[in-house]
Design a protein around this ligand. Structure first.
Ligand SMILES: [Zn+2]
Length: 360
């Protein structure tokens, strides 16, 4: 998706990166350890599910007053779907605004997992850092939720879909016909539209169960999407990012049509600020690029917006699916940490902004 617009927006990267550098000079992390101990020819070591599990437990033990760790469900292969909450009074549901970050709906897109884990470590390790008062301020005023690996079976198998067996496109066949559902097509949405407009909604790709974009036999047929559904019904948050890779762009509902939501102005305002920080291209709703990516039914973003009114973004990080350079991964993580801090601060006013918008 290289366009002149991309080139233009790349100018913003420098600004975003400078902001990140100014804010985040002191840090300690697995990633910085790697950047200092490895030569550039050694590839970055992504966290496996087991490594992520170990690290989350270790962090929770060391920072139990600021971090809670729970499993919101199990995958077909029995792995836990970890949910991290960061906040003061972390065991209590408070009235504070909430934000949600998710990664790895697609099991072969790993950088988002590192971004979530880096952010968790960054917040915990700098909570008492007097030179970074915004970290403590955000922890005191926000409830931050993270589901860093939505599809751990897929990550482990290094595959886009999950690993549950399929029984034909509608789940009716007695034998196993293939494996895996594209979790980011399995959320509830007007699924029938695919039959009315089969080309617009890529019916030949989302219906056959062996397809890499198979949407499943029915909405929320999968353990992972059910877990996210139950989590979102039980917690309040107003802004979210779901990480994918790659492409360096940002998209938001509606994901299945170029029509605008009633909150287009807010989506665009928050999205433009994300774009200023990370330099990514914001695909706004009158953008002629939209048809290249549009027509997606069953995404988490549509469902989070429909169900919660959340400003739910997909951020496609990086310019390759799995960067191997530790420095590149570190830069992604640090820049998105800046984005997260911005979103936590913006979440403080978003509900009143929304109310004001709909009053006029
Ligand atoms: Zn993806």
């Amino acid at each position: 998706m290289k366009t002149a617009s991309f080139a233009r927006i790349r100018l913003g990267i420098t600004a975003g990166f400078c902001i990140a550098v100014m804010l985040f000079v002191p840090f300690t992390s697995a990633i910085s350890d790697q950047t200092s101990s490895q030569t550039v020819t050694e590839p970055y070591q992504y966290h496996t599910y087991d490594a992520l599990t170990d690290e989350l437990h270790s962090l929770q033990e060391n920072y139990s007053s600021l971090m809670s760790l729970s499993s919101i469900g199990k995958t077909y292969e029995g792995r836990d779907l970890w949910m991290v909450k960061l906040s003061d009074n972390v065991e209590t549901e408070e009235e504070e605004p909430g934000v949600l970050f998710m990664a790895a709906h697609h099991g072969n897109e790993w950088p988002g997992v590192e971004i979530c884990l880096f952010f968790i470590r960054y917040m915990l390790e700098n909570a008492q850092n007097s030179s970074l008062p915004e970290v403590q301020n955000v922890l005191n005023t926000t409830q931050i939720y993270l589901i860093p690996m939505v599809n751990p079976d897929g990550v482990t198998a290094d595959t886009r879909k999950n690993c549950a067996p399929n029984h034909g496109p509608f789940g009716k066949k007695p034998t196993i016909t293939s494996y895996g559902v594209n979790l980011n097509r399995n959320y509830d949405d007007p699924w029938f539209l695919a039959y009315l407009f089969p080309l617009r909604y890529y019916l030949p790709m989302i219906l056959p169960d062996a397809s890499f974009n198979y949407r499943g036999p029915y909405p929320f047929s999968e353990n992972e999407t059910q877990a996210v559904k139950h989590f979102t019904e039980a917690h309040n948050f107003s802004i979210s990012i779901s990480y994918h890779s790659y492409g360096e762009f940002i998209i938001y509902p509606w994901m299945h049509t170029t029509k605008q939501t009633p909150d287009e102005m807010l989506f665009r305002s928050v999205g433009e600020n994300i774009s200023l920080i990370n330099g990514y291209y914001l695909l706004v709703k009158n953008d002629r690029l939209i048809p290249l990516y549009g027509g997606t039914l069953g995404s988490s973003e549509n469902w989070l917006y429909r169900e919660k009114g959340a400003l739910a973004y997909t951020v496609e990080v990086g310019n390759e699916r799995r960067p191997t350079s530790p420095q590149v991964v570190f830069n992604l993580c640090m820049t998105q940490t800046t984005v997260h801090l911005y979103l936590c601060q913006r979440a403080q006013t978003i509900e009143s902004e929304k109310a004001a918008l709909h009053q006029t």
